[in-house]
Design a protein around this ligand. Structure first.
Ligand code: ADP
Length: 212
């Protein structure tokens, strides 16, 4: 939501002098009260100002910017996650390259029996291995993947803003979305239920910017 210049000035006046009546605001702007009515209605409906009968308008502390922030903070990882691409630990580096192309994806999650998370393999891990000159048809990805417990993960309930922070602060392209479960053998495991990537966040950013 974007405020007009006049609405911004009204907010400034109320911030400084509130509670203040509509008539007093109008006087300060050298306008008549009726001219301001639509602006005051809009600012009140948006929650930026609050009107108290016989007292006047006062500033609620909310701004259009932190409205947007509040809207973003309500979005959970589970609302925007996409389908993960997984591979088994004994697959070869060559298999991983093929899977990345077929799935059109830059990061694969390595899972064991039951779909439980074991590791992560990124495009860059594969490039590094290719540079090393080993036989890509023989080398298992288990040797080169980043493994538990060093994985950075997220959960469906986590606010997407926190997942986005993990992507930027830890400098990775993708996070596995996981759910803690007890496996049939009694061990605590992480079941992979989705993926959050820089693309997920970029898409969300575009949608929010377009007001969707
Ligand atoms: P960038 O392209 O920003 O360098 P990558 O996604 O290529 O980031 O990851 C860099 C390194 O971090 C790789 O070795 C990869 O295995 C590892 N990695 C990727 N995603 C994760 C994750 N979610 N948790 C832990 N390590 C990860």
């Amino acid at each position: 939501m974007e405020l007009t210049k006049r609405q911004e000035r009204i907010v400034e006046i109320v911030k400084k002098e509130g509670p203040i009546t509509g008539r007093q605001i109008a006087e300060q702007l050298s306008l008549i009260r009726a001219t301001l009515r639509p602006d005051l209605t809009l600012l009140t409906m948006a929650g930026i100002l609050e009107a108290r009968p016989r007292v006047g308008y006062y500033f609620t502390g909310k701004t259009p910017v932190n409205f947007a922030a509040q809207a973003v903070q309500r979005i959970k990882v589970g609302d925007v996650k996409s389908v993960p691409a997984v591979i088994r630990e004994n697959a070869t580096v060559y298999d991983a390259v093929v899977t990345m192309f077929l799935e059109d994806i830059g990061t694969l999650f390595v899972v064991k029996e039951g779909g439980y998370l074991e590791g992560v393999i990124s495009r860059k891990d594969l490039l590094k291995t290719a540079m090393g000159g080993s036989d890509l048809h023989k080398m298992p990805i288990g040797v080169i993947m980043t493994r538990m417990p060093n994985l950075i993960t997220t959960t469906p309930e986590e606010p997407v803003i926190l997942a986005a922070k993990k992507l930027t602060s830890r400098e990775v392209d993708a996070l596995p979305v996981v759910r803690a479960v007890t496996a049939p053998d009694g061990k605590e495991e992480l079941e992979v239920v989705g993926r959050i990537t820089k693309t997920t966040i970029t898409r969300l950013f575009v949608e929010l910017g377009e007001g969707k």
